[in-house]
Each structure stands twice: as structure tokens, then as C-alpha cells.
Design a protein around this ligand. Sequence first.
Ligand SMILES: *Cc1c(COP(=O)(O)O)cnc(C)c1O
Length: 381
Amino acid sequence: MYADRLSSLPPYLFARIDAMKAAKARSGADIIDLGVGDPDLPTPPHVVEALCVAARDPANHHYPSYAGMPAFREAVAGWYGRRFGVDLDPGTEVLALMGSKDGIAHVPEAFVNPGDVVLAPSPGYPVYRTSTLFAEGVLHELPLTAENGFLPDLDAVPADVARRAKLLFVNYPNNPTSAVAPPSFYDEVVAFAREHGIVVVSDNAYSEIAYDGYRAPSFLETDGAREVGVEMHSLSKTYNMTGWRIGMAVGNPEILAGLGRVKTNVDSGVFDAVQHAGIAALSGPQDCVAAACRIYQERRDVLVQGLRSLGYDLPTPKATFYVWLPVEDSMDFAARLLDEAAIVATPGVGFGPHGEGYVRFALTRPVERIEEALARMEALA
Ligand SMILES: *Cc1c(COP(=O)(O)O)cnc(C)c1O
């Protein structure tokens, strides 16, 4: 009944974890879910209010424009200017997205012919892989390992693979490893993309979730970046808006136009009232972002120090709300945590073969729950 492309998809790992979790919950267990990366904190009230006001205005009850309202695109350009010193033309260098997943899922349709190579990190956000499969592209995984600082070694890409490559996904601050990239890494990316004629997609969903004074750069700050690539960005993680489905792609106008042509045929834009809320988020007070980071940072400290006192060796993340813990067998470890301690963590192998040997904890539960999880793990040991 189903098309071949469905059977070519890897099993969606989170669905499997959900099934295991549901079975555990049915048995009455008090589950501590450190699995999925969805903030437990609410959307800031001024953003919710902006939605409510805009939702009542009949002017917003129609089909939105495909590329996003001019006012939303101007708000994105303003935010990029203030935050990164990157100057964007809201008319041609900003495209509204229904979350950055929308952009990541559709960009291969615009650039990848069957058999073309897509370069994507492993471990990595699963949609890089599945969107490549839907476009009938060939995935070439770039291993992110502790040895390479979780940065892809572009020099290690074989020449014939680089020649056939059309698209390169990079993602820093990184999900799931929580690694950050030095600006010199983006210089290498630009040089590599220029040499091989590759479209770069920088997934910067976590730029604002950072600690200890670390400020993540935008790929577009790099000289030449705008000639070769775009950045996908999202309000989901920055403003606790995962359910709202709003994000943006910014950068190279030709690349955005290609993505826009695909999207024109599969969706009809982001509800204008949600875009008004997005404007309120990007243009309004930013102290809510700092407050969220303080909360995640406290959780990070509790979890990292707790894991260390249990005998684990792991670095302190500078960014993202993930902790990437080295373990023996990732699926075994996660299954045992769920079974014996009712803790949900994501097995690293679900993010690609090079995620084996790790589990990912998301800092999306209160400190008390993280402490409880650590106590349960201690009892297990
Ligand atoms: C959460 C996430 C996204 C997608 O978020 P949206 O809600 O679709 O904007 C994209 N990339 C990474 C790495 C993520 O973790």
C-alpha cells in the first residue's frame, strides 16, 4: 500500500521511545521525561497577548502571504542586525517558515536531484536524513566525535563525494551533542562550499540557548557565507514557541527563492496572527530569553555535577539544553533507564550511527525532577 520511500525511512526513534514510555506510564510509574527537546517553560505573556489581539482582527483571518508579512520579515532583519550585526534585506533575504523543520524538510526538494549527495552530521537532527531520502538524494554522513570536537572534518570527505554533493547541513550550537563551533569552522565551510559548488544550510535553532556568557555566532557573520548559504532559525527554542510553528530562513536570495518555490506548492504560509506574535517576540524585550537560560543553566549544573559524582566523565555544555552522555550501548542504556528508573533519555543511535555510545538528556524538566532522576540513577548503580 505504501510507497517505497516510506519503507526507506528509518524508524522514527521518538515514536518508539513514546511507545515504550506509554507502556511504562500504563504500569503507573512516575516518569521523568528528559527525552524530547521541547521546553517546559511557557511562551512569554507579551507574545501570547500579541497573538490574542491579532487573532481577533478579521484582517488576519485570510491566507497569509507565502514569503511572510513584510512586518515579520522586517522584524527578523532587525533582530539579525541587533543580535549578529548581519544586515538583511527583508524583501529578498528573509523567508518565513512554519518552524525551521519546514525549511529543513523542504530545502532538498529545491536543490537535490535523484542521486545527488547531501552532507549531514551524524549524530544529527533526524530531518536532515529524512528530507534527503524524500528528495531521493544520497546521504553522506559527517561523523561528529569527541576526537574531532563534534565538528565535521570536511577534508575527510572523499573527492568524488564532494563533487556529487549539492547540499551541506551544519548545526551549531549542536543538537544532540551540545557542541559549539568556533568562527574559524564557518570559514572552512565557506571555502569548501565555494570549491565544490555546494549550498550550505546552517541550522541555528539554539543560538540563544547559551551559558556562562557564551554568544553563538550566525553562519552569516562569516565572509562569503551569503554567497553560498542560508541559515534556518526558529522561535521555538528561543521563546518557548515549539507549538506555534514559526521560524525563518535568511541569507542567499537565490537559495531562498528555490525553497520558496517548493513551499508555495505545499503550504500557504504562517497564520498572520502567529507572525504578529513572532514580531512581538523578536522586537520586544529579550529578558525572557536570559531568564530561560538561567533556568537551563541551573539544571545543567545540577545534572552535569550529579552525573560526574556518579562516576561519568562529561564536559559542561556551553549551549543548547542538552547533555550528551557517553555510555556503553545507547539503546540498552536508555531502555534500562526507562525500565528500572522510569527516566526517559534519548539513545544517541537515534540521531545516526555515530550517535552510538551516547544518550541525550534534555534539560526540559525542573531542577527537582533532575535531582530525583539522579537519585534514582544512584540507586541503580
Ligand atoms: C528543534 C529543532 C529544529 C526545529 O524546530 P522548529 O520547531 O521546527 O523550528 C531544527 N533543528 C534542530 C537541530 C532542532 O533541535
